[in-house]
Ligand binder design. Sequence first.
Ligand code: ZN
Length: 143
Amino acid sequence: MSDEQFFCEYCGYNSGNRERCTHCGREIAHLFENPPQFTIPRTGRITLRLHDRTDSENTWKELAEVWREKVEDTRPHKPSQLENFNTSADTVELYGLSYMVSLMQEAMGARGSVEFQELPHEQMPHRPKYQLPRPPTVPRNKR
Ligand SMILES: [Zn+2]
């Protein structure tokens, strides 16, 4: 789906797989449960799309649980989007960060697809109220 690279802390190489390092074979998924602070996450619209809407309400209920646990519980300062899942339509739109796409694709499996459209911060419906963490500044006498 993507050519995203994941840095493996065990062997120091990049892995093409988020779950298991494609270089040394260790499980590395836990390293990526939160986005690393030194990358600026991309913001955008995430569209979940079911191939088949026959059982959509139950599927959305299940995916809402994943979203709640993996996204909203880790970002309690953000407004909840859980009610977006309360639908029988075949798509659900959410606003979030690029790393959430793979989380939701994983949960969705073969039942559907996940699209990500990057948006500038100004076009996001909820502008973040906090500043992204900045790298520590070097004291003047160490420069
Ligand atoms: Zn490795």
